[in-house]
Design a protein around this ligand. Structure first.
Ligand code: ARG
Length: 464
């Protein structure tokens, strides 16, 4: 038996099904690069500490660099994981006398935890780039559409006029919190378990600060038992990814609805559409639909991580191997979705004319009309609410002062015109753009207010 792991304690080789069942080789492609770096850092530290000879160190380093050059394909996939397969390849290349010394003072338990953190760290950084690019797209759209009036919705019913800029900035604000969550998670991912060995650390005089530093981690993890058994950093990242996907899924949902005939607010670029195999006229928003669907995959990965780790006693348990593919999948789906959303939005055709035409539909200025009654005729808001509510039972979305007076006579026994409400005030209140302009409090859609929000956000994105 040439298996460098099983030739001691175990006397039988596993059959193929058992090998496939227990192997992590497929998922370990994700940590191949990381594993080489971890091996390099550990080996250099062993030599510096006098645990291995400089000459052996040189051979190991040369072997590792060759393995990195050859790529993962050269490794023996019948091994149960990348760590042992890579070590076996090293021994093949440089011999057991030097190669067999690399794993001194180390276990696959601290090794794998370090590799996962190393690989995930890189993915978080590139995800932050993708999220920032998406922020730029949203902000650019907002700048372009400061005065594009559209109906805003609650319960998916026309509610009050807003602008497309306000809508886009709402998504940008949600994504900014996602960015903050990823940055915050990064700090807890970027800790180094190496040197914890199996769980009890080691009697070799390792320099854990050195390996942590050379691998770019902020510091070594302290308790060696915690270092190998904790996967809370995966849960935290998967939760951040899930939040991102929920936000993207909601944006995707809007793109789907808005590109339908009934709304016709937007049209997706052909790149992001598909057609039907039978209905020649169809242009379907498949990319957005898949994004909505893939959010299920990412949320599923989070729940898999929670359930996989919840009952594990300290320290390392092999169950942890099942956690890794979930973070790989959720990370790559999330990053791709962020890039797709940036692509869909930056190429989107916005039908400003349709949005503007629809802005008053459904009596969206009813709230402003009631507010105007409060300001001009000095009646309580609840009374104004009743008067306008009664007026909206009719079909007209533009009640005249006479119609308003007729209802107010019924409700309060007085005409609002007699209390100072003018035809001009009514007309202004019914203008959607005027509605928007008046909503100038912090966070409101008024173009002046939006401009401020946009430039503040631009500054924050630059500072990232
Ligand atoms: N493939 C394993 C994992 O992903 C590596 C660690 C294996 N350690 C062990 N003692 N069996 O967790």
């Amino acid at each position: 038996m040439s298996d460098i792991l099983r030739r001691g304690r175990l006397s039988k080789s596993p059959d193929e099904e058992m090998r496939n069942y227990t192997s992590s080789m497929a998922a370990d492609k994700w940590i191949f690069e990381a594993d080489v770096y971890v091996d390099l850092a550990h080996t250099l530290m062993l030599a510096k500490q006098g645990i291995i000879l400089k000459s052996d160190c040189q051979k190991i380093l040369a072997g590792l660099l060759q393995i990195r050059e050859e790529g993962m394909e050269k490794l023996d996939f019948s091994y149960e994981d990348i760590h042992i397969s890579l070590e076996s390849r090293l021994i093949d290349l440089i011999g057991a006398e030097a190669g067999g010394r690399m794993h001194s003072g180390r276990s696959r338990n601290d090794e794998v935890a370090t590799c996962i953190r190393f690989a995930l760290r890189g993915e978080l950084l590139s995800l932050l780039d993708d999220l920032t690019a998406l922020q730029h797209v949203l902000v650019a759209l907002a700048r372009q559409h400061l005065t594009t009036v559209m109906p805003g919705f609650t319960h998916l019913q026309h509610a009050q006029p807003t602008t497309f800029a306000h809508h886009m900035m709402a998504h940008a604000d949600a994504l900014e919190r996602d960015i903050e969550r990823v940055i915050s998670a990064y700090a807890r991912v970027n800790l180094c378990p190496l040197g914890a060995a199996a769980f009890a650390s080691t009697g070799f005089n390792l320099d854990r600060e050195m390996t942590a530093k050379s691998l770019g981690f902020s510091k070594p993890m302290t308790n060696s038992m915690d270092a190998v058994s904790s996967r809370d950093f995966l849960i935290e990242c998967a939760a951040a990814f899930s939040n991102i996907m929920i936000n993207l899924s909601r944006m995707a949902e809007e793109l789907i609805i808005w590109s339908g005939q009934e709304f016709n607010f937007v049209e997706l670029d052909d790149t992001y559409a598909s057609t039907s195999s039978i209905m020649p006229q169809k242009k379907n928003p498949d990319t957005a639909e898949l994004m909505r669907g893939k959010s299920g995959t990412v949320i599923g990965a989070l729940s898999a991580l929670l359930v996989t780790t919840k009952g594990l006693p300290l320290s390392y348990n092999r169950d942890l191997q099942e956690a890794t593919p979930n973070i790989i999948r959720s990370s790559s789906v999330t990053a791709a979705s962020v890039r797709m959303m940036a692509g869909m939005l930056s190429t989107l055709t916005v039908h400003t004319d349709v949005m503007e035409k629809q802005a008053p539909a459904g009596f969206t200025s009813a709230t402003e009309l009631a507010d105007t009654m409060v300001r001009e005729a000095k009646i309580p808001f609840r009374t104004a609410h009743q008067i306008v509510g009664t007026l909206s039972r009719g079909t007209s979305i533009e009640p005249t002062l006479e119609e308003i007076d007729a209802v107010s006579m019924d409700v309060i026994g007085e005409k609002l015109s007699a209390r100072g409400l003018t035809q001009k005030a009514v007309k202004d209140a019914l203008d959607p753009m005027e509605n928007v302009k008046r909503r100038a409090v912090l966070g409101g859609p008024a173009p002046e207010q939006m401009k401020k929000s946009i430039s503040e956000k631009e500054k924050r994105i630059q500072a990232l």
